[in-house]
Design a protein around this ligand. Structure first.
Ligand SMILES: *[C@@H]1O[C@H](CO)[C@@H](O)[C@H](O)[C@H]1NC(C)=O
Ligand SMILES: *[C@@H]1O[C@H](CO)[C@@H](O)[C@H](O)[C@H]1NC(C)=O
Ligand SMILES: *[C@@H]1O[C@H](CO)[C@@H](O)[C@H](O)[C@H]1NC(C)=O
Ligand SMILES: *[C@@H]1O[C@H](CO)[C@@H](O)[C@H](O)[C@H]1NC(C)=O
Ligand SMILES: *[C@@H]1O[C@H](CO)[C@@H](O)[C@H](O)[C@H]1NC(C)=O
Length: 300
């Protein structure tokens, strides 16, 4: 019974992908969801409070790309959401809607966070506004490779770019910076670094530094890397993921198809993680059938 239901979902997941071409799929891809280990005693009330808190921030997300809120006197749910600065308002809305509909796959865990192409959303039973780094921090490396002879200069330039961007983002009022560097006539690398706006300067710096060290130290010379920490997100890619956003074409972040494949998501339990996974080697967690279905459907 269950295996066949599962097989059906897998079938749906796979047969749906070829028909929904990248350029027509309006949903930004999900990179990673991280669910807490603890379970709420009253999933229904908790879920209601999440829905209410998420609704409260949706207006702020629309107008300023950022919001925090809480809901419920008992079983209080805190929510924090942020769109990356380069996202246009319509794409921000799209990204928020995507993350809001996906994050409940963490129920009945009392906390969860999701990294989507263009935005971040988190809920918890405690206030997470100053969380900077923690044990659930993760990074993912792209399987895109750069030509042998360009690799040394590519690695050097990318490391320098990410060093510059993290320094600049930490000093800016909105804690975000994007930039690019041309490595060879036909090769440019694009990068971004962004903290959640609720952090203080120290928290932001610590977060960016950890993320930078991870992707520069462990992903290069891969053609792309993403750091997904409690308080920030960093990325570099040979694809111009932030440039020339258009609200109608392409998904949330304007990912090119090359970097888009099944990059995630994968369910990870905070506190016991394998923190590294090559983007192309993510295997859906066998421990959660519900999430397996989600994985397959979002991997298009
Ligand atoms: C990093 O910043 C320095 C100083 O502003 C600049 O000279 C250099 O070109 C930048 N490098 C990259 C790769 O962005
Ligand atoms: C900044 O935030 C961090 C947590 O992110 C906290 O540990 C630290 O005490 C804060 N520093 C100041 C000066 O408020
Ligand atoms: C955006 O696209 C226009 C024309 O398509 C091009 O001239 C411009 O350089 C692009 N900007 C970036 C940042 O890639
Ligand atoms: C993490 O998982 C491993 C194997 O899956 C297990 O041996 C270990 O006890 C777990 N650690 C914690 C802290 O749960
Ligand atoms: C990267 O991984 C994706 C998904 O597994 C795969 O479709 C693609 O061919 C891989 N690309 C390279 C360059 O290996």
């Amino acid at each position: 019974m269950l295996p066949s239901a599962l097989a059906l979902l897998i079938l749906i997941g796979f047969t749906a992908s070829p028909t929904s071409g990248d350029s027509e799929d309006p949903s930004p891809s999900v990179y990673l969801s991280v669910c807490g280990k603890n379970i709420t005693p009253d999933a229904q009330s908790f879920a209601n409070n999440f829905v209410d808190a998420a609704e409260k921030i949706s207006q702020n997300i629309k107008t300023s790309g950022f919001g925090t809120s809480s809901s419920g006197d008992t079983l209080t749910v805190f929510v924090l959401g942020q769109c990356y600065s380069y996202l246009s308002p319509p794409n921000c809305q799209l990204c928020f809607d995507q993350s809001r509909s996906r994050l409940p796959s963490c129920y009945p865990a009392v906390s969860g966070r999701i990294y989507v192409d263009g935005c971040f959303l988190e809920y918890s039973d405690r206030n997470v506004e100053t969380d900077s780094v923690d044990s659930a921090d993760a990074y993912a490396c792209s399987n895109i490779t750069v030509e042998d002879r360009i690799r040394p200069v590519f690695s050097k330039s990318t490391a320098e770019l990410m060093g510059n961007l993290t320094g600049e983002a930490g000093r800016k009022a909105d804690y975000s910076q994007v930039g690019s560097v041309t490595v060879a006539p036909d090769l440019t690398v694009y990068g971004m670094a962004e903290c959640w706006r609720t952090l203080n300067v120290t928290g932001c710096k610590d977060c960016l530094e950890k993320g930078r060290a991870n992707i520069v130290g462990k992903c290069l010379p891969a053609g792309g890397g993403k750091a997904m920490n409690a308080g920030c997100f960093l990325r570099y890619s040979v694809d111009s993921f932030y440039a020339n956003q258009s609200s109608s074409a392409g998904g949330g972040g304007g990912d090119s198809s090359a970097d888009r494949g099944c990059v995630g998501p994968v369910l990870q339990y905070a506190g016991n993680l394998s923190r590294q996974y090559a983007a192309d080697r993510v295997v859906p967690s066998a421990s959660s059938r519900r999430l397996l279905a989600t994985d397959l459907i979002s991997c298009r």
